[in-house]
Design a protein around this ligand. Structure first.
Ligand code: HC1
Length: 567
């Protein structure tokens, strides 16, 4: 289709919105309410453009291109209107003092600030709106600061359209419109799953994680504490981004190096307990499969998913694997085995997790799991601590993890991408069930960003039907179909966030499809380059069974590594 943008002719595919077409022409139109891949919303009006023949400016996100359309994206009229709209938005942002911006957690990534500068807003002629809305600290994972909210509705739409959780809503009208929760309850008292996708999509600092940074500094400075840290699979392919590296850059060695410089006594890897999880969960699957236990088996490592099923599908709780998540298995092994090995009381040992996930902060507080993990830092928080320490991350040497919990396989690292837990489990279950070596290790049909992926694997003449689901919205659809009998599986991986943990609510902002694909590619690259790619071959896991856990699913393994979720 032929269109004209700013006096230049372009050929564009049919069906694009003006906003999408203009982006293809390498011109940026500012917007605050638009979410890539979602239906247009048209709330902020910043994306208005001139279209020849139209009496008014049109919102480019909501209007499709048509043959011969003539568009002006940055005419004087458009720029003037955008400046006025921006002033109104900034006035409603509750900023009355520059210090607010300086101390805001989104100081360097605030879209409002970035776009205001881009549009050329140099002063605000509209008096700021007085907002007396208290901040909400009721959640273990997420803080809400309504005074910083610009009512763009991105959190509402993400929570409902992507996650189908629906905890947010608009209230009041006109200039008094606010975003709130049901009955204005705190986020810790509603059905929030703590997934943090609202944080990822908030353009300002109105939503952010509960910071554990101060607590971690305190223990790092306490000479009486031994502080060990574990790093989740998905962090290593994202931590470089806040330091200007390309999305997906593998920065495992630099991360280990930085953690040592920050003062952690031992730097371990959650990939190690991801391997342990596979051995425990794989054994559980084999038992259920052979002995007629509850099937399909559901994976249980994503805490946002656990909270979702508890609130929305409690009748499916018996399907959850009883295996704790790798984060919690690490905590249990560190406090109940490693502390003894070091000859120190477990109270002296502090366990810190670096996670791509905001829900892991909630998970560590769950009554059935509490006490084993002491602090959870998101990828963003770790980047803040590294910057605060003046560490030149980009020029750090590559260092290795400490032993024994720094040893892991490629199967452990792929946990970080949607499909990875299933693929790792299949590699192990196949070999244990058949007693034969699996020749083709790559189950590519469960990889990728599709929200629901299916595969069938033949083991000992029996077809095992598996599915991999990411996002809670997709989980709801799959569970509803399972309830009607439309879908039947033996084993299902569920992850709360888009793309799995690589798209977790604690990852660097922005995270979009392009970024997710790069992070995912790197996760599989690490797997390919690993000497060992099957969890049950991890020598440190084998040693742990020999010294402490006896055998998979043993009584002692159950005592420390398993739990039960009840509604
Ligand atoms: Fe995840 Fe998991 S993969 S849940 O996304 O099972 O957070 O990375 O650490 O526990 O290993 C997160 C990632 C992570 C756990 C593992």
């Amino acid at each position: 289709m032929r269109i004209v943008i700013n006096n230049r002719e372009y050929n564009m595919p049919e069906g694009l919105s003006i906003l999408e077409a203009v982006k293809k022409a390498n011109i940026r139109i500012p917007t605050l309410c638009y979410i890539e891949g979602k239906d247009p919303y048209g709330a902020c009006r910043l994306c208005v453009v001139e279209v020849e023949g139209s009496k008014t400016l049109v919102p480019s996100c909501a209007v499709k291109i048509s043959e011969g359309m003539k568009i002006k994206t940055h005419s004087e009229k458009v720029r003037k209107v955008r400046k006025t709209i921006m002033q109104l938005i900034v006035a409603s942002h509750g900023i009355s003092c520059e210090l607010n911006c300086l101390t805001c957690p989104r100081a360097t990534s605030c879209e409002l600030k970035i776009i205001a500068e881009e549009i050329g807003v140099t002063k605000i002629n509209i008096p700021p709106v007085e907002k007396n809305l208290p901040s909400d600290f009721s959640s273990y994972s997420i803080v809400r600061e309504p005074t910083k909210c610009i009512v763009c509705g991105r959190c509402i739409r993400t929570c409902s359209e992507v996650q189908s959780v629906n905890i947010f809503t608009f209230a009041n009208r006109g200039p008094n419109t606010i975003v709130t929760t049901f009955m204005n309850e705190g986020m810790g008292n509603v059905d929030c799953t703590n997934c943090g996708q609202c944080v990822m999509n908030c353009p300002t600092g109105a939503l952010h994680e509960v910071y554990h940074i101060d607590g971690v500094w305190k223990v790092l400075n306490d000479p009486d504490k031994i502080v060990v840290v574990q790093t989740a699979p998905a962090v290593r392919v994202a931590l470089g981004e806040p330091f200007g590296m390309e999305p997906g850059t593998i920065s495992t060695g630099k991360m280990v190096s930085a953690l040592r410089l920050l003062g952690f006594d031992k730097v371990f890897d959650t990939d190690f307990t991801a391997d342990l999880t596979i051995v425990e969960e794989g054994t559980e699957f084999i038992h259920r499969f052979k002995e007629g236990g509850k099937l399909p088996l559901f994976t249980s490592c994503s805490p946002g998913w656990i909270k979702f099923i508890e609130h929305n599908f409690p009748e499916y709780l018996p399907h959850l694997s009883s295996a704790k998540s790798p984060q919690q298995m690490f905590g249990a092994v560190a406090k109940h085995y490693y502390a003894k090995k070091l000859g120190v009381p477990k109270e002296k040992l502090v366990v810190v997790s670096i996670m791509p996930c905001t829900a892991k902060k909630y998970e560590m507080h769950r009554p059935e799991l509490a006490g084993d993990v002491d602090y959870v830092l998101t990828t963003r928080e770790l980047a803040k601590m590294i910057k605060e320490s003046g560490i030149d991350f980009n020029n750090l040497p590559e260092e290795e993890y400490d032993n024994p919990f720094g040893i892991s396989t490629g199967a452990g690292v792929i946990f970080g991408a949607s499909g990875g837990v299933m693929e790792a489990a299949l590699r192990t279950a196949y070999e244990i069930l058949t007693g034969k070596e699996l020749e083709k290790l790559d189950f590519t049909s469960v990889r990728g960003l599709k929200m629901v992926k299916e595969a069938s694997v033949e083991i000992n003449g029996k077809m095992i039907k598996v599915a991999v689901v990411n996002t809670l919205g997709a989980a709801r659809k799959v569970l509803e179909k399972m309830k009607n009998g439309e879908l039947q599986y033996h084993f299902v991986e569920f992850m709360a966030c888009p793309g799995g943990c690589i798209g977790g609510g604690g990852q660097p902002i922005p995270t979009n499809e392009e970024v997710l694909l790069k992070r995912m590619e790197s996760i599989y690259e690490i797997d390919y380059d690993s000497k060992l790619r099957k969890s049950h071959e991890n020598p440190a896991v084998k040693e742990l069974y020999k010294e402490f856990l006896k055998e998979p699913n043993s009584e002692i393994a159950h005592h420390y590594l398993h739990t039960h979720y009840v509604a």
